[in-house]
Ligand binder design. Structure first.
Ligand SMILES: NC(=O)C1=CN([C@@H]2O[C@H](COP(=O)(O)OP(=O)(O)OC[C@H]3O[C@@H](n4cnc5c(N)ncnc54)[C@H](OP(=O)(O)O)[C@@H]3O)[C@@H](O)[C@H]2O)C=CC1
Ligand SMILES: CC(=O)C(=O)O
Ligand SMILES: [Mg+2]
Length: 803
């Protein structure tokens, strides 16, 4: 058994682990299988220790308070159309509603166009197997079903509705569900015990023309299969020789063994157990046809005997079913998926007391390796709904399992690290499967499922442009991604060379690699090559073609850049040697000069310096565009609405002329980003009331814009609520805005900065920026400490050229 490795040098262990992971799974595709699996296990002990320290624990009281707080439960219904006026009522209800009624009566497919059907999934249970708590009835299952509905929404933007059916009778249950078909795009059956669940699911699949999916069977099997694929890789095992014990021969157990056998594990290598022990050929007690199909030729007559020498334990039974002796008896480097909820068959702590060579997974969120169907059902239904699939078939399930397994082997972005309490999970025994908060799941799993549906002929509406579909999926999860997807598409069509000025920073290297991987352009990392490479190596990032490293001192353009800078600064008190030093030592000067000289198209910086320091360096090299003002514009996305706020970066106390100039710049940016500007010049007052010096300055700016005869809508001075709320704006019928403002001109830098930061921190809004505009070349400055995703976004905006 390997020795514990608390003393292992962290750096070398990370390097070794990455070497192993890269060789096996690197994009280059090399399959290097000679490195020691034992080493993996030792090195991962460091991650295990960190995981143990950061585990989230909750109390029963907290769980009850959470469910009771505010509006009891976890769901509410939110209208998607305004219902504010008499006209709205006429359209939404009688008489307007009759029109879609008649259209649907004529052609059923139109229900997908005029109703919620295409995005609603019913989560249906009778409470006969609530988690591993047993048959507690329909009503008691409601918290779980509401929870599943929330997960549908949170992770895949599907509207889940929980339905608890109070019957244990199979036929009555089937009849309750079959007639609900017109209401939903799919049916997710949940926590219905075996063997009734098999009959219910198979009959409903025949009776209904929408996907019917028993989550506890297939969801569980898919995620367990993905975890098993990766655990087999990590332990150097082959599915064809693996010995598996599955404890629990109910919904989840039968589905798990069916799927692993379909993946290549031989029939007699799988021992399925239930409350009576192993299901062996010839057993008669407690059997049914589904169990019989998996009866194995084995001498084992107890779970303990079955576990002797087993490679894998799949637990889908009840809390505490596995003893320490059973764990001890397993093969070296055993794979233990104790998936019973809420408490596993054996805890990771108990396993750790016995041995340190095991890969351990549970169904819980508070341990690493959460093998739970939450990783499956939201995304599988998303893919199925988006192609209007008639069913979820085997190919779609396998596609989901493979996509999930592959994702865990990819490098992990900052967003995941944040959701993972600041740790960056790395493929290994403590991270065999993506975490539920991984934002990549939404753009990875549904396309795989949709493709499989199209290939197998169950898609009623095939997707033509898969790349675009993946972008739309990201937008469902993250509104910024939606706003950016158009920009990303344009950038991809004309890829540029972008300088990442702080090239020795891990987040910047990660961002640059992602920029290249997403085919957005060439990334130039400024830094000392050996340090950049070492940082990349430590972080497990591959320096691929398209990712260049430029060292200012060694650059063959060094002298020309210093001369260029000198030409700019010689009459501003700088000697040539000052400029030489700035080029050699300050990456912002070097990077900006690269862009100014045409050796790169754009630059992104700001991670290590505060905004004003970075901006001041850039401005010494790159002037404002002739006739333009340099300002910062932030894009705020909240409640499905996009609003630009200016000036969030440069002008502290703008004059009336400054405000008018800023309005013109901001309107130009709005158009460039695809919005027709309606500019509100904000103040605390509305159209002269109450009067005051600051409001008067804004009023003067409005009058200046009038004199300039600008080609966009503007008005003010007005308060933010009047600008954004049509009801309040209606009190000023003379207001020239044709609708709520989408560009908010703040009276000063303090109000601009305070309001955008409050929106960001108080939740409900996403803020992108400040986006720097008005410079003669494309440079963007991210906030200090920005994450890799923000850096990539700003690099794309720089390439897009909003300046
Ligand atoms: N992590 C995840 O994503 C998921 C986990 N699960 C968990 O799996 C478990 C089973 O769920 P599900 O299949 O839906 O339930 P079912 O009621 O359909 O099946 C339960 C099975 O467990 C067996 N069982 C009960 N107690 C024991 C025991 N002490 N030893 C051996 N077998 C036992 C039962 O045996 P018998 O047939 O003899 O009655 C039955 O075969 C639950 O704990 C659930 O939370 C389920 C779905 C997803
Ligand atoms: C996760 C789940 O669906 C269960 O434990 O039943
Ligand atoms: Mg369940």
């Amino acid at each position: 058994m390997p020795t514990p490795c608390r003393g292992v040098d962290d750096r070398s262990s990370r390097r070794a682990r990455h070497f192993t992971a890269r060789c096996r799974y690197g994009r280059a595709g090399a399959k290097h299988r000679t490195s020691s699996n034992q080493r993996h296990f030792k090195e991962d002990a460091v991650d295990a220790e960190t995981n143990r320290r950061t585990r989230t624990r909750i109390t029963d009281a907290e769980a009850l308070e959470f469910h009771q707080r505010g509006r009891p439960g976890k769901l509410e219904v939110t209208p998607t159309k305004p219902m504010a006026t008499q006209r709205d009522l006429s359209l939404a209800y009688s008489p307007g509603v009759a029109v879609p009624v008649l259209a649907i009566a004529e052609n059923e497919d139109r229900a997908f166009d005029y109703t919620t059907r295409g995005n609603v999934v019913a989560v249906i249970s009778n409470g006969s197997a609530i988690l591993g708590l047993g048959n507690l009835g329909a009503l008691a299952s409601k918290p779980v079903m509401e929870g599943k509905a929330v997960l549908f929404k949170r992770f895949a933007d599907i509207d889940g509705i929980d339905i608890e059916v109070d019957t244990q009778d199979v036929d009555a249950f089937i009849n309750s569900v079959r007639y609900l078909g017109p209401s939903f795009g799919g049916i997710n059956l949940e926590d219905i015990k075996a063997p009734e669940c098999f009959l219910i699911e198979s009959q409903l699949r025949e009776l209904m023309d929408i996907p019917v999916f028993h989550d506890d069977q297939h969801g569980t099997a898919i995620i367990a299969a993905a975890g098993l694929i990766n655990s087999a890789h990590l332990t150097g095992r082959d599915l064809k020789t693996m010995k598996i014990v599955c404890n629990g021969a109910g919904a989840a157990g039968i589905a798990c063994v069916e799927l692993v056998k379909a993946m290549g594990v031989p029939h007699n290598n799988v021992i399925l157990c239930d409350t009576k022990g192993p299901i062996y050929a010839g057993r008669e007690e407690g059997m049914n046809q589904w169990k019989s199909a998996h009866a194995a030729e084995t001498d084992a007559r107890s779970l303990a005997e079955a576990m002797e020498g087993a490679d894998v334990f799949l637990g889908v039974s009840v809390k505490g079913a596995v003893t320490r002796e059973m764990v001890r008896a397993m093969a070296p480097n055993p794979i233990i998926f104790a998936m019973a909820n809420p408490d596993p068959e054996v805890t990771p702590e108990e396993v750790a007391e016995i041995r340190d060579d095991a890969i351990v997974a549970t169904g819980r969120s508070d341990y690493p390796n959460q093998v739970n169907n939450v990783l499956g059902f939201p995304y599988i239904f998303r893919g199925a709904l988006d192609v209007r699939a008639t069913a979820i078939n085997e190919d779609m399930k396998v596609a989901a399992a493979e996509a999930l397994a592959a994702l865990a082997r990819e490098d992990v972005p900052d967003d995941v690290a944040v959701a993972y309490q600041g740790q960056r999970p790395r493929f290994g025994k403590e991270y065999i499967i993506p975490v539920p908060f991984d934002p990549r799941l939404i753009s990875t799993i549904p396309p795989a499922v949709a493709k499989a549906a199209m290939k197998t002929g169950v898609a009623r509406r095939p997707i033509v442009d898969m790349a675009r579909y993946a972008e739309e999926l990201s937008a469902r999860r993250d509104p910024v991604a939606g706003s950016l997807s158009r920009i990303f598409t344009k950038v991809r069509q004309a890829p540029k060379r972008v300088v990442f000025a702080e090239g020795e920073e891990e987040a910047v290297i990660r961002a640059a690699a992602s920029f290249v991987n997403q085919e957005l352009g060439t990334a130039i990392l400024i830094g000392r090559e050996d340090i950049v490479r070492e940082q990349a190596f430590q972080a497990g990032i591959e320096i691929r073609p398209g990712l260049e490293i430029a060292n200012a001192r060694l650059s063959n353009r060094n002298n020309e850049y210093a001369q260029f800078l000198y030409s700019k600064l010689q009459r501003k008190g700088h000697l040539f040697r000052d400029c030489q030093r700035m080029i050699n030592q300050d990456r912002n000067y070097f990077g900006a000069t690269m862009v100014a000289s045409g050796d790169a198209d754009a630059m992104v910086t700001g991670v290590t310096r505060n905004y004003s320091v970075a901006l001041s360096a850039v401005r010494q090299v790159i002037p404002a565009k002739p006739g333009h003002k340099i300002i910062g514009v932030s894009l705020v996305l909240a409640r499905g609405r996009a609003v630009l706020v200016a000036d969030t970066a440069v002008h502290d106390g703008p004059s009336a002329t400054d405000l008018a100039d800023i309005a013109e710049e901001a309107a130009r940016v709005a158009r460039r980003l695809g919005y027709e500007p309606r500019v509100a010049m904000l103040a605390y007052a509305n159209f002269g009331n109450p009067p005051g010096e600051r409001a008067a300055r804004v009023e003067e700016a409005v009058s200046l814009l009038g004199k300039r005869r600008v080609d966009f809508e503007f008005d003010g001075e007005m308060a933010a609520d009047v600008a954004l709320n049509p009801g309040l704006m209606a009190a000023y019928p003379f207001c020239r805005l044709s609708g709520p403002a989408n560009v908010l001109l703040m009276p000063g830098l303090d109000s601009a900065s305070i309001s955008t930061k409050m929106l960001q921190e108080l939740g409900g809004s996403t803020v992108l920026g400040p986006i720097l505009v008005g410079l003669d070349k494309a440079v963007q400055i991210v906030p200090m400490g920005a994450r890799d995703t923000d850096i990539v976004n700003m690099a794309a905006i720089a390439s897009f050229g909003v300046n």
